[in-house]
Design a protein. Structure first.
Length: 187
């Protein structure tokens, strides 16, 4: 299986090797699945992330949420912490930490009823997630609740099972080009 870092590196290398066109095509399929997914359609609030490089892009979903007036927030990193900040348009985002687009105006929020779309390097069928190694999402979710965590990945980023640490927060669902599925609990 390999160590966390080996698995993370292999998945990121494979994702980086995607052409921009293929990443866009797969991201559109994932976005279409999310747009049809009933929990998203009924969401009272949504946390998104802005895609960097070949990360899964949910920008069509973001635009849908904003156009429907669904409260929408993006993460902003300050030092070792991350918070979600509400935005009313994509024009409120500017390059921030790690070259990621972040909210530029000060509206931090904590919505326990939000659906949160989460990026990552690798996921497993039980909802396990390997992020990028900095721990921002794990730290955030150790002290903040969300209605549902949805890992966003290409199918090749999803393994049967990944090694997990006690502090790793499992995803409730995974969104891939095959659709949005509930994660199986690992026994």
């Amino acid at each position: 299986m390999g160590t966390k870092q080996q698995i993370r590196s292999a998945c990121l290398a494979k994702r980086s090797a995607l052409s921009a066109g293929r990443a866009m095509q797969l991201s559109m399929r994932i976005s279409e699945a999310v747009l049809q997914w009933e929990p998203y359609q009924k969401a009272d609030a949504v946390y998104f992330y802005y895609p960097l490089g070949n990360e899964v892009s949910l920008l069509p979903v973001v635009k849908d949420a904003l156009s429907r007036g669904v409260p929408t927030a993006f993460p902003k990193v300050t030092g070792e912490t991350m918070q979600f900040w509400q935005v009313y348009g994509l024009d409120e985002l500017k390059e921030g930490a790690f070259h990621v687009q972040e909210p530029s105006v000060c509206r931090p929020v904590q919505w326990a009823h939000a659906i949160c779309f989460v990026p990552g390097a690798a996921f497993d069928q039980g909802g396990g997630r390997f992020g990028y190694g900095k721990g921002y999402y794990d730290r955030y979710f150790s002290t903040h609740l969300c209605r549902m965590l949805v890992g966003c990945a290409y199918g090749f980023q999803v393994a049967k099972e990944l090694p997990a640490d006690a502090w790793d927060r499992r995803m409730d669902c995974l969104a891939t080009e095959s659709g949005v599925v509930r994660c199986r609990a690992i026994q």
